[in-house]
Design a protein around this ligand. Structure first.
Ligand code: NAD
Length: 495
């Protein structure tokens, strides 16, 4: 068990009141590490260190090239240490070997992408030739001190989706990982400490909702960038409104995978299973609703059952494991409660639904419900586990209507051989990301975020970078003769 400490102002230190919490390995319920629980004083120290670093200009006054070099150093540190981080990630979160490998690669890739974006000059000159003799410049400036709060499902990737663009924009940061996955966040802090990033620019504190609420309300913070559940997101928005902080919210989802009659069923069924069961369904973009027409419904279900029966439930350290444990006991209880609820609501359980035998960790079988209707809670609420709800649609338009009839709008997908038809339907889906014949694939240059109650704002891409900036308009007037000024003629009588 390594000794972990809070990372504040470039130093590693204990929690000021000595409180700790345990990181549990979800595969065997053993204690993986003892972590410091940040006190309110620690959170305030971290925020004031980020404030001081920002106001001193030690980071924001660096050239774009200098910032880019340091963000690339961070990317390289992640790459050099990816085998070690990957193993820890599996131990702390139950991520399968394959998923943890993805997480590490995408963490590295996000840092590399924003190292490149850091070089871009986002300022613009407006063409106002018809409006007189003046110059209008739009300047993008760093928004300031950022509170970054992240969930446990893709901990390193989510951390880098916030750290890298915030640094590229010139901001300073306090990062709080979820308690379940704080080990890798503090390991990341150790690696970043070895780069040339000036002290105080990044601070990492481990704590619970109390620490999170201080990060959201503290007047020294300019922006809150939150990723987590819609429920907590609503609370964060309310709290951040007390001093009108800028916010980005990346929240929950209940995304629909729509298989059209003309789809390649080998691809569509494999893809829909991947959409839902990857990382045991603990993905914000999980395709946890499957919509088909009557015509192909039974064949899709038969194929899905065959696919699920071949999935290997097991030790997440083994390379061929498809289904590992859920992240925590509370997550296991939540998923089992939803499975019971689905049965009570009248859905038909056609695969899984139980805790598999022979494991001590938080395992649940991949689970499939048919005869689900859109009013059922298992069709509407984010279960965040390996549970797929299948619904029937009358036709393509009905499929889109069903897919859009949720409070969420994070993602969706269409499986079809007809490119134009699929594209046309994709435009009708009210979601931030729509895949056609694909799922889970994200591009760091394409913005990611939610419609409706799946969020506010975007991460990734230039749009994601701009979320960490303020926009200033500078007007330079070429007319220096006071009497020729418009305001002079309006407000001062002619002599
Ligand atoms: P969560 O909302 O419970 O917690 C997220 C983070 O918020 C954690 O760090 C937690 O400690 C902190 N927190 C909890 N209460 C808080 C409060 N009152 N004030 C401030 N911070 C508080 O979510 P989770 O269980 O860690 O993660 C799962 C959720 O995250 C799912 O809903 C999933 O869809 C969502 N998610 C969304 C995206 C996205 O990009 N849209 C990505 C990953 C996960």
């Amino acid at each position: 068990m390594t000794d972990y400490k809070l990372y504040i102002n470039g130093e590693f230190r204990e929690s000021s009141d000595g409180r700790t919490f345990n990181a549990i390995n979800p595969y065997d319920r053993t204690v993986l590490a003892v972590l410091p629980l940040a006190s309110l004083n620690d959170v305030r120290d971290a925020i004031s260190s980020a404030r001081h670093a920002f106001d001193s200009g030690v980071w924001s006054n660096k050239s774009r090239e200098e910032r880019s070099v340091i963000i690339k150093q961070i990317a390289d540190k992640v790459k050099e240490n990816s085998a070690y981080l990957q193993e820890l990630l599996i131990r702390e979160s139950g991520s399968t070997f394959k998923k943890a490998k993805d997480d590490l690669y995408l963490t590295y890739r996000a840092a590399s992408t924003f190292a490149k974006y850091a070089l871009e000059n986002l300022d613009e000159k407006l063409d106002i030739s018809k409006q007189g003799v003046s110059e209008n410049i739009l300047v993008r400036e760093p928004v300031g001190v950022v509170s970054a709060i992240i969930p446990w499902n893709f901990p390193l990737q989510m951390a880098m989706w916030k750290i890298a663009p915030a640094l590229a924009a010139g901001c300073t940061i306090v990062l709080k990982p979820a308690p379940e996955t704080s080990v890798t966040a503090l390991e990341l802090a150790k690696l970043i400490d070895q780069t040339d990033l000036p002290k105080g620019v990044l601070n990492v504190i481990t704590g619970d909702a109390e620490a999170g609420e201080e990060m959201v309300t503290n007047p020294m913070v300019d922006k809150v960038s939150f990723t987590g559940s819609t429920e907590v997101g609503r609370k964060v928005m309310k709290l951040a409104s007390s001093n009108l902080k800028k916010i980005t919210l990346e929240l929950g989802g209940k995304s629909s995978s729509i298989i059209l009659d003309d789809a390649d069923l080998d691809l569509a069924v494999d893809g829909s299973a991947y959409a839902c069961y990857f990382h045991m369904g603990q993905c914000c973009v999980a395709g946890s609703r499957l919509i088909t027409t009557d015509k192909i419904h039974d064949e899709v279900i038969d194929r899905l059952k065959t696919k699920l029966s071949k999935m290997k439930i097991g030790n997440p350290m083994e390379k061929d494991t498809d289904i590992g444990p859920l992240v925590s006991e509370s997550q296991l209880k939540r998923v089992l409660n939803y499975i019971e609820l689905g049965k009570k609501e009248g859905a038909e359980l056609v695969f899984g639904g139980s805790v598999p035998e022979g494991f001590t960790g938080y395992f649940v079988e991949p689970t499939l419900f048919t005869n689900v209707t859109n009013v059922m809670r298992i069709a509407q609420e984010e279960i965040f586990g390996p549970v797929l709800s299948v619904m029937k649609a009358k036709d393509e338009n009905d499929a889109i209507r069903l897919a859009n009839a949720t409070q969420y709008g994070l993602a969706g997908g269409i499986w079809s051989r007809d490119r134009e038809k699929a594209l046309n339907l994709a435009r009708k889906l009210r979601a931030g990301t729509v895949w056609i014949n694909e799922w889970h694939l994200l591009n760091d240059r394409a913005p990611f975020g939610g419609y409706k109650q799946s969020g506010i704002g975007r991460e990734l891409g230039i749009e994601g970078l701009k979320e960490y900036t303020e926009l200033k308009h500078i007007h330079i007037d070429e007319i220096l003769d006071r009497k020729k000024k418009f305001w002079y003629n309006v407000t001062v009588p002619e002599e």
